[in-house]
Design a binder for this molecule. Structure first.
Ligand code: GAR
Length: 200
């Protein structure tokens, strides 16, 4: 199985995936990193790990369709089976989702369906919840909406700032995202309606 990871920024989840592949926990090839931002630190991580990367920036395309067409070209060239969004701050079109139906995963820094969008940590903190944490889910046509694979609870402390809370959420992300990918690669995820069963 061949995996592509899509990133827009820091790439700490990419790093966790790289390490899980290296340790042999995820038995798949990490074949490609795709970034929509040429300055993403994730690209440095890819280079250091010897993984091929491509930058596809929307500003160079006149439509989203053309932008995604270019990405799909790269995915097809590399015969990618699974797309993992890891801090990719962009919604994929219904056309893209259809093409890779049930083969796109995403990590979100809040317990979905709460606090969707790009500020999941801040929104949870500002709302005043006592428990938050990351969610790994399949991607469907709606934002942060597809069937949930794994979640992890993180307690919000009185003294938390967005930074300290984000740090503890990240630590959990780095455990549950590689684990969800491992389960997918091993064929252990069964989608039943909105529920995802984990097979023994
Ligand atoms: C992660 O916390 C991820 O949950 C979040 O972006 C961060 C990327 O960090 N994604 C979203 O908010 C998507 N809605 P990273 O670049 O260090 O992996």
């Amino acid at each position: 199985m061949r995996i592509a990871v899509f990133c827009s920024g820091k790439g700490s989840n990419l790093q966790a995936i790289i390490e899980a592949v290296k340790r042999g926990e995820i038995k798949a090839e990490l074949s490609l990193v795709v970034s929509d931002n040429k300055d993403a630190y994730a690209l440095v991580r890819a280079r250091e790990a010897g993984i091929e990367s491509v930058v596809v920036e929307p500003k160079n395309f006149s439509t989203r369709e053309d932008f995604e067409k270019k990405i799909i070209e790269h995915l097809e060239k590399k015969k990618i089976d699974l797309v993992c969004l890891a801090g990719f701050m962009r919604m994929l079109s219904p056309n893209f989702v259809r093409r890779y139906r049930n083969r796109i995963l995403n990590i979100h820094p809040a317990l979905l369906p709460s606090f969707k969008g790009t500020q999941g940590v801040k929104d949870a903190l500002d709302y005043g919840v006592k428990i938050t944490g990351p969610t790994v889910h399949f991607v469907d046509e709606k934002m942060d909406h597809g069937p949930i694979i794994l979640q992890s609870a993180v307690e919000v402390k009185d003294e938390d700032t967005e930074e300290t809370l984000a740090e503890r959420i990240h630590r959990e992300e780095h455990k549950i995202y590689p684990l969800a990918i491992k389960l997918f690669v091993e064929g252990k995820l069964k989608i039943v309606g909105r529920r995802v069963m984990i097979l023994e």
